[in-house]
Design a protein around this ligand. Structure first.
Ligand SMILES: C[S@@+](CC[C@H](N)C(=O)[O-])C[C@H]1O[C@@H](n2cnc3c(N)ncnc32)[C@H](O)[C@@H]1O
Length: 329
């Protein structure tokens, strides 16, 4: 197989993995809409499990992105063209359109785009919305994206699926108008440390003592067993299985912070950078207190997470970057 064939094969696999994932999720009652989502027990440890977690997690990401766009562009949302790359089933694009922006959501997965389009068509807020369209295709080769025509390019949990960061960011730069923004909210699994893993094991063990967590953890006390356990958690958190293989899709974790950040900085003028959270995203869907207590604990964990990252006790494992395609003089 030559390199082009190999790339095409990988893209095919990548798209199919997300086709399959979304089909399974939808079949089990998932509603990829931040305003209309419902409790969904199919998710055993994911924020989509309960609307309250969706608010804490994904809705906050949306407000962060919306506010960063508004702060970086001195125009009304209706005059701002946003491209979301790797939009999956489209919930962020939908919410940005509801905030008034003109939005294009692009994804490799045809099923994701069909589902995104269906939810957009059924949107009760359709009449108040900005223009919204979805496109199925590969970011590099899709010919329905016009060069120099976007004010903002957004990646939410998608940039780390691109192996060649120089190429994907150059493509984004080409698609942006001069003065346009790139916004990226990405996991940085290469930042997960054994300390983060030890903390995660401590927390899950304590929570599970009274069956308040989705998994049961044996109360290991021997140092060697604990070290092995921490090693397993470390791999799982990095989305690898025990053999170090990727588990979500073929291109998952193609780029870590070490690859993404230097290219973001060299391709765009940095306006904002921050570490967000370390562990709460991986935890709150797994809580098994009663419904009211679950939400209280989720809020507590989220705030503690922030503090632990700010005080550098834990390493942040997701970052938020805003950059600008600088104005030519
Ligand atoms: C981890 S998912 C994130 C989906 C969504 N942004 C979210 O946060 O739920 C990564 C997405 O990137 C898409 N993707 C990967 N490579 C792509 C490419 N070359 N062109 C367009 N989309 C791509 C995948 O199909 C997948 O839906």
């Amino acid at each position: 197989m030559n390199r082009d064939d190999e790339n095409n094969e990988r893209l095919l696999q990548e798209g199919l993995a997300f086709d399959q994932q979304i089909d399974e999720r939808i079949a089990h009652g998932h509603i990829p809409d931040l305003r209309r989502t419902k409790p969904c027990d199919y998710f055993y440890n994911n924020s989509w499990r309960r609307p309250g977690y969706v608010q804490l997690d994904f809705y906050e990401q949306f407000t962060l992105i919306r506010d960063a766009i508004s702060a970086g562009m001195s125009r009304k949302p209706q005059e701002i063209r946003v491209l979301e790359v790797g939009c999956g089933p489209g919930y962020l694009s939908l919410e940005l359109a509801r905030a008034g922006f003109q939005v294009t959501g692009l994804d490799l997965s045809e099923r994701c785009i069909q589902i995104a389009s269906k939810f957009a068509d059924e949107d009760p807020w359709i009449s108040e919305r900005g223009i919204l369209r979805y496109i199925a295709g590969d970011y590099y080769t899709c010919d329905r994206l016009d060069i120099g025509s976007y004010d903002v390019v957004v990646f939410l949990g998608a940039l780390h699926h691109f192996q060649d960061q120089s190429k994907v960011l150059q493509r984004s730069r080409d698609l942006l108008k001069t003065g346009g923004l790139i916004v990226a909210h990405e996991p940085a699994r290469d930042r997960i440390t054994r300390g983060n893993a030890a903390f995660a094991h401590l927390l899950s063990t304590i929570l599970s003592l009274n069956n308040n967590f989705y998994t049961e953890q044996a109360l290991l006390a021997r140092r060697s067993e604990l070290l092995d356990k921490v090693e397993n958690v470390f791999s799982a958190l990095r989305y690898e299985n025990d053999s170090g293989e990727k588990t979500q899709s073929i291109n998952d974790n193609d780029a870590g912070y070490a690859e993404m950040y230097p290219e973001l900085r060299s391709t765009f003028e940095q306006i904002r950078f921050e570490w967000r959270y370390s562990f709460f995203h991986e935890f709150i869907g797994g809580l098994r207190f009663d419904e009211e207590k679950n939400l209280q604990v989720a809020e507590f964990l989220k705030e503690m997470d922030r503090i632990l990252v700010e005080t550098e006790v834990l390493q942040g494992t997701e970052f938020f970057f805003v950059g600008r395609k600088e104005v030519k003089l």
